[in-house]
Design a protein around this ligand. Structure first.
Ligand SMILES: Nc1ncnc2c1ncn2[C@@H]1O[C@H](COP(=O)(O)OP(=O)(O)O)[C@@H](O)[C@H]1O
Ligand SMILES: [Mg+2]
Length: 287
């Protein structure tokens, strides 16, 4: 891969990456023998920048993201390489350290918000609890901040929303709540794993815009995992194209989308209906 990636901040200088993944390799033991799910992945995440990890289902995106957050475990699982964050290699960090980091500095949003929200607790309480445990706010401060977060993720009548239960919300609203929880402590790294795959297209655009805007305003580095190359150019700065555990191509989104080098990237591009024909010009102009 010989493409240059330019990351320049508003002042014109290049910031240091907040997370550096190098030579990441994850092997699972299965009944059919070892499966190499991630096979030598390198990734750098920068503050306030969105890096898309794109590829078809089964290519190793989720395993990469979870391993970066220290969430890949299990008998027979081998993890090699390094995930550097805050002067630590997270792959060798103790679970206690990882739990502390995941509460504050490292955060995740998944495809299905119902899996992560507790159906028994009011939404406001769930956000407040994160703030009490991880940011040391008092119960009162945390409750106020939870309402602010609900407002920040675009929920109307945030006070009422704070008193509601997850089942009272639509899928899109629940995903907004998850984003409020994930970003409540202003994490330094957010892994968003197919955060809008379960939502309809209009809501999808709103949620991705929300993640992008909030990440930039908090200077959070985002790994946006998606199977849809169509969303990449609109929301990400840089992109890695992944297949069978390997990164085949990476670079600035505009460069990769306008001039894909790898045959696999070209095939993914061909699978996006709106990139075909004359409308292609429109996408190039907007990236
Ligand atoms: N716990 C596991 N044990 C064995 N194989 C797994 C496990 N988790 C994921 N895999 C395999 O690793 C590969 C990559 O999976 P995944 O990262 O979930 O793909 P993606 O997110 O790109 O759809 C797949 O072939 C999947 O079946
Ligand atoms: Mg996945």
């Amino acid at each position: 891969m010989d493409r240059e990636v330019s990351v320049v901040d508003a002042a014109g200088s290049s910031p240091d990456p907040v997370m550096r993944v190098a030579g990441l390799r994850v092997t699972f033991a299965t009944d059919h023998g070892p499966v190499v799910a991630v096979d030598g992945v390198d990734l750098d995440l920068y503050p306030g920048r969105i890096h898309a990890l794109v590829g078809e289902s089964g290519s190793g995106k989720s395993v990469s993201g979870s391993t970066m957050m220290g969430l890949t475990h299990g008998p027979g699982t081998t993890i090699e390489g390094s995930v550097e964050f805050g002067g630590l290699n997270l792959l060798g960090a103790e679970e206690k350290t990882m739990r502390r980091l995941r509460g504050r500095d490292l955060s995740m949003v998944f495809q299905d918000p119902m899996r992560s929200l507790n159906p028994m607790h009011r939404v406001g309480r769930q956000i407040a609890e994160t703030l009490e445990v991880n940011a040391g706010l008092s119960r009162r401060e945390a409750a106020d901040r939870a309402v602010e977060m609900l407002a920040a993720v675009g929920i109307r009548d945030p006070k009422k929303a704070a008193r509601s239960y997850p089942h009272e919300f639509s899928g899109g609203m629940r995903q907004r709540v998850m984003i409020a929880i994930a970003l409540a402590c202003e994490p330094r790294v957010l892994v968003a794993d197919e955060p809008t795959t379960a939502l309809d297209v209009t809501i999808q655009a709103q949620i991705l815009t929300l993640i992008a805007e909030m990440a930039r305003s908090m200077n959070t580095a985002v790994l946006l995992i998606t199977h849809d190359l169509g969303v990449v150019g609109k929301y990400a700065d840089t992109v890695s194209v992944m297949n069978r555990g390997k990164i085949l191509e990476y670079g600035n989104c505009a460069a990769v989308l306008q001039n894909p080098q790898d045959p696999y990237t070209k095939r993914l591009m061909a699978a996006i209906p709106r990139l075909r024909g004359p409308k292609r010009k429109f996408l190039s102009a907007s990236t």
